[in-house]
Design a protein around this ligand. Structure first.
Ligand SMILES: Nc1ncnc2c1ncn2[C@@H]1O[C@H](COP(=O)(O)OP(=O)(O)OP(=O)(O)O)[C@@H](O)[C@H]1O
Ligand SMILES: O=P(O)(O)OC[C@H]1O[C@H](OP(=O)(O)OP(=O)(O)O)[C@H](O)[C@@H]1O
Length: 308
């Protein structure tokens, strides 16, 4: 198949080809009804039902390709967007997965508790741009802005390593590292402890500032937002005497406002309201105490809200 000719006029969407973000990104595409078949070993897949092609790339390369306008949309980590320093990229939607922290770590048995104590020492990271900017701030704290901008500041030595960054301290290559932490298991297993957070990150939908087909980019944005909202919320429905509505409104304000429907029984109403999944148990307890009955919780399989 002549893929290059088939790409003509299609919106190009970059997706992580492996790693932590891959599965969740594919699940979002599936929920958004972006249908494709990826041929064995091919990093480009044409969609059957939309004029889109998916481009499977490393998470770190995605902001670069989108920033240069070679791809129009992309899914990657906020950490990768910041590290890439890509200026042609807009972060348009936080996706709620791939949540972790980029942290400064040192050997757990070291007496370094303050990151300024690492100034002038050896640091290893896969995020050398973010780590360099961070240690520049530390150097400014220690030596003052003028000294660091002039020749006086002692430079922290930054070394790039593409993977297994946690091994650097044990190998004697680094005094500290800057790497991602989620559960902390990897850090603990490597005998390290975190002493500061450089940034919090999660997966994000990014868009080129000049997409090939802005209308289609908007449609995909909207579909993905619908899937995210559906995953985040449930629909809570219950019956309640109309007189109790003000209190109910406080407990279930809904996303915009709850829907109130009259019941055959005069004086009673039915209420429908979207509630964040993580709060639903507490909300049900409070509704019951406040006098609601017939409380039901329904999963939302997809959603589309108006503009915020
Ligand atoms: N433990 C984690 N928990 C949650 N999200 C993570 C975690 N580790 C990484 N991420 C997110 O996933 C992104 C990709 O990290 P991952 O380790 O999967 O790299 P990768 O795709 O294998 O890339 P590489 O080609 O550098 O190996 C990170 O930039 C970060 O946003
Ligand atoms: O705090 P934790 O839950 O242990 O997660 C942190 C680890 O996850 C990431 O690596 P990943 O396992 O994706 O593999 P990689 O080193 O090949 O990137 C990251 O680079 C850390 O090493």
């Amino acid at each position: 198949m002549d893929l290059v000719n088939h790409l003509d006029g299609r919106l190009l969407m970059a997706v992580p080809k492996k790693g932590r973000l891959h599965d969740a990104a594919l699940s979002l595409l599936q929920g958004s009804d972006i249908q494709f078949h990826r041929h064995n070993r091919l990093d480009i897949a044409l969609c059957h039902n939309l004029p889109i092609a998916l481009v499977f790339l490393g998470a770190a390369d995605i902001p670069v390709f989108v920033g240069e306008g070679r791809c129009d949309l992309g899914i990657t980590g906020q950490d990768q967007v910041a590290e890439s320093r890509a200026t042609g990229v807009e972060e348009i939607l936080e996706l709620g997965f791939g949540k972790c922290r980029l942290q400064v770590q040192v050997p757990a048995n070291s007496d370094i508790w303050d990151p300024t104590k690492l100034v002038g020492k050896h640091i290893v990271s896969s995020f050398t741009n973010l780590a360099t900017a961070y240690f520049r701030r530390m150097e400014e704290e220690v030596y003052g802005v003028e000294a660091v901008n002039g020749e006086g500041g002692m430079k922290t030595v930054m070394k790039y390593v593409g993977g297994s960054v946690e091994a650097a301290c044990a190998l004697g290559v680094a005094d500290g590292i800057v790497d991602l932490v989620e559960s902390g298991e990897t850090m603990k297993a490597a005998g390290l402890m975190a002493i500061d957070t450089v940034m919090e990150t999660q997966a994000v939908l990014i868009r080129s500032k000049n997409p090939r087909n802005p209308d289609l980019a908007d449609v995909i944005h909207s579909r993905i937002k619908g899937v995210i909202t559906a995953k985040k919320y449930v629909l809570c429905t219950y019956n309640v005497p109309r007189t109790l509505l003000p209190r109910m409104h406080e407990i279930t304000p809904g996303k915009r406002a709850p829907t109130i429907t009259s019941l055959e029984d005069p004086g009673w109403v039915a209420v429908n309201a979207m509630v964040e999944k993580k709060k639903i148990a507490d909300v049900m307890d409070r509704l019951e105490v406040a006098g609601a009955s017939d409380i039901l919780v329904l999963q939302i399989s997809n959603s589309r809200a108006g503009k915020d």
